[in-house]
Design a protein. Structure first.
Length: 188
């Protein structure tokens, strides 16, 4: 069963990665770097700043920092435990896919996917009561994580697992944040 899932994962990667072309490689190399998303991060910070009081905003930023730390360490634990080769290093497919970028670390599961989805879920849960289009924060993890498939760095299952863990962590951290704001920061 697991072999069949892995085989399907590889087939899907070959298909999705094969949709790319050299014309767009530069674009996806830009997309995959967190620093290039800084304008979006600043916009989200500004939107939170407009709606949250100072204590709530600072608390949200601390929760996000710890959330990213937990997600990173969880992804690293899984990568070192499962030691799945990245598509760009997998001897079965590395010569038939488009390898735009290489990495020697392990693949399962994607740190980019878990961090971006966890942050998006956490921020969405805060912003949804203030902004009608708060759901647009989910464009970040979708585009960001797809770049990893396009470049030949992650399998779709790496991304999907990252999304699942990210959604769970983001939601749990939001619940903790909400509890903290209601019970610790507000005067009764």
């Amino acid at each position: 069963m697991l072999e069949k899932v892995i085989a399907l994962d590889k087939e899907l990667l070959v298909f999705l990665n094969g949709l790319g072309s050299a014309t767009y490689d530069g674009f996806w190399l830009i997309i995959t770097k967190q620093l290039h998303w800084l304008p979006l991060f600043l916009l989200v910070f500004y939107l939170l700043y407009k709606k949250l009081d100072t204590k709530s905003l600072v608390t949200a930023l601390v929760f996000i920092a710890v959330l990213i730390l937990v997600c990173d360490q969880t992804a690293n634990l899984f990568k070192n435990t499962f030691q799945r080769l990245r598509p760009c290093n997998d001897p079965e497919i590395k010569d038939i896919i488009r390898v735009v970028k290489s990495s020697s670390s392990f693949s399962y599961f994607s740190g980019h996917a878990v961090n971006s989805m966890a942050t998006a879920v956490f921020v969405f849960m805060i912003m949804k009561r203030y902004y009608k289009y708060a759901f647009l924060v989910f464009s970040f993890p979708l585009i960001f994580a797809y770049s990893r498939i396009y470049l030949g760095l992650h399998f779709p299952l790496d991304i999907l697992t990252g999304y699942i863990f990210g959604s769970i962590f983001g939601f749990l951290f939001y619940k903790g944040y909400n509890y903290f704001i209601i019970n610790k920061l507000q005067l009764k």
